[in-house]
Write a protein that binds this ligand. Structure first.
Ligand code: COA
Length: 327
C-alpha cells in the first residue's frame, strides 16, 4: 500500500501588519464592526514590490527543509492561488526555478480559498497511483494586490500569506492523507469574482477606470452557502473514513470569518478548543489560510501522533473541499 505522507510543512506571512484602526483611516468602517462581524483584528500584507512567488518561495523553502529533502528531489510542484505573479506563465514555474527543482513538473490551480485542499487532492492521486513520489503543494496569495482599498466590504477581510507542504509516497500509515473530497457549484460564481483582465473583459483603460480588476464579493450571500457547504463536506469526509465528529482531534477550517468557523464547529458539535483559529491575526489569505494554520499548529507541538485532523475550505467558484489526515 502506498500512503501519501506529509513529510514537511512551512509557512510565511509578511511582516507588515495592518490593524482595524489603520483601516478606519482608509474607509468608513470601525474596529468594532470588523471584530464583531469577522473576528479579524489585524492582517498581514506584502510591501508593494513583493510578488506572490516570493512568499511562496519562503514557505516552500521551510517545508522542504522540514521534510529533510532537497528541491531537486521534487517530482511536481502545485501552487493553489488566484493572485499569481502573471497570467502567463504559472507561478509554479517561477517557483520551480527559484527553488532549483529542476526535475519537477509545475502548474497552478485556481480554486480560490479551496486551493490548498484541491492541490492536496491532486498530489494524493499522483502518489497513490505511483506516478510521482515527492510533491510540493503551496497555498499562497497576495490579495492586497487584487482588492479595492476603497471598498470596505472586501478590504477589511482579505490578506497575504503562504503555506506549503511536502508529500511523499510512504509505506508507513502515519502523517497520512486519508481522503480528500472536492466540490464546486458555478451558479454562485457571481458572488466572488474579478471581472476584468481575463478574456471576457481584457485589460483596457475602461476596465481599469471601472475598477474591474479588483475582487467583487457578495459576502452576505456567500455566508449562508459557506456554512451549509462546510458542514456537508466535513460530514462526507468523516463518513468516508468511518469516523464520527467526536473522533476529530483538530479541525482546521478555512479562515473566512470567525462566525462561519464557530457555526461549522457548532454544527459538528466540536468544542472550540479543538478548532484552529488564526483569523484574528492574519485575516483571510484565501488558499494560504489552511497550510499556514497547519504549519503553525505542528510547530507549536499541538499535533500528536495518531491525531485525526479534519480540514475544510470554502471559496470563490464556489468551491469547497475537505480532507482527513491521520498524524
Ligand atoms: N464596515 C462597516 N460596515 C460595513 C462594512 C465595513 N467594513 N462592510 C459592510 N458594512 C455594512 C453594510 O453596508 C451593511 O450596511 P446596511 O445594513 O446599512 O446596508 C451592514 O454592514 C451589513 O452588511 P452585510 O454584508 O450584511 O454584513 P455581514 O454580517 O454579512 O458581514 C461579511 C459581511 C463579508 C463579513 C460576511 O458576510 C462574510 O464573512 N461573508 C462570507 C465571506 C466568504 O465566505 N467569502 C468566501 C470565502 S473567502
Amino acid at each position: 500500500m502506498i500512503y501519501p505522507k506529509i513529510i514537511g510543512t512551512g509557512s510565511h506571512v509578511p511582516e507588515k501588519v495592518i490593524t482595524n484602526f489603520d483601516l478606519e483611516k482608509l474607509v468608513d468602517t470601525s474596529d468594532e464592526w470588523i471584530t464583531t462581524r469577522t473576528g479579524i483584528r489585524e492582517r498581514r500584507v506584502v510591501k508593494e514590490d513583493v510578488p506572490l512567488s516570493a512568499l511562496a518561495f519562503d514557505a516552500s523553502k521551510k517545508a522542504i527543509r522540514s521534510a529533510g529533502i532537497e528541491a531537486r528531489d521534487l517530482d511536481l510542484i502545485i501552487v493553489g492561488t488566484i493572485s499569481p505573479d502573471m497570467q502567463l506563465p504559472s507561478t509554479a514555474c517561477f517557483l520551480q526555478e527559484m527553488l532549483g527543482a529542476k526535475r519537477a513538473a509545475a502548474f497552478d490551480i485556481a480554486a480560490a480559498c479551496s486551493g490548498f485542499i484541491y492541490a492536496l487532492s491532486i498530489a494524493e492521486q499522483y502518489i497513490k497511483t505511483g506516478s510521482y513520489k515527492t510533491i510540493l503543494i503551496v497555498g499562497a496569495e497576495v490579495l492586497s494586490k487584487v482588492i479595492d482599498w476603497t471598498d470596505r466590504s472586501t478590504c477589511v477581510i482579505f490578506s497575504d500569506g503562504a503555506g506549503a507542504a511536502v508529500l511523499q509516497a510512504s509505506s508507513e500509515p502515519s502523517q497520512v492523507v486519508l481522503s480528500t473530497h472536492l466540490f464546486a457549484d458555478g451558479q454562485f460564481a457571481k458572488y466572488l469574482y474579478i471581472p476584468g483582465g481575463g478574456s471576457l473583459h481584457p485589460a483596457s483603460h475602461e476596465t481599469v477606470d471601472k475598477r474591474m480588476h479588483y475582487v467583487k464579493m457578495s459576502g452576505n450571500e456567500l455566508f449562508k452557502v459557506a456554512i451549509r457547504s462546510m458542514e456537508e463536506a466535513c460530514l462526507i469526509a468523516l463518513k468516508h473514513n468511518g469516523l464520527r465528529p467526536e473522533d476529530v482531534d483538530l479541525l482546521i477550517p478555512h479562515q473566512a470569518n470567525l462566525r462561519i468557523i464557530e457555526a461549522t464547529a457548532k454544527r459538528l458539535n466540536l468544542p472550540m478548543e479543538k478548532v484552529v483559529v488564526t483569523i484574528h491575526k492574519y485575516g483571510n489569505a484565501s488558499s494560504a489560510t489552511i497550510p499556514i494554520a497547519l504549519d503553525e499548529t505542528i510547530r507549536a507541538g499541538k499535533v500528536k501522533k495518531g491525531n485525526i485532523i479534519l480540514s475544510v475550505a470554502f471559496g470563490g467558484g464556489v468551491t469547497w473541499a475537505s480532507t482527513v489526515i491521520r498524524w
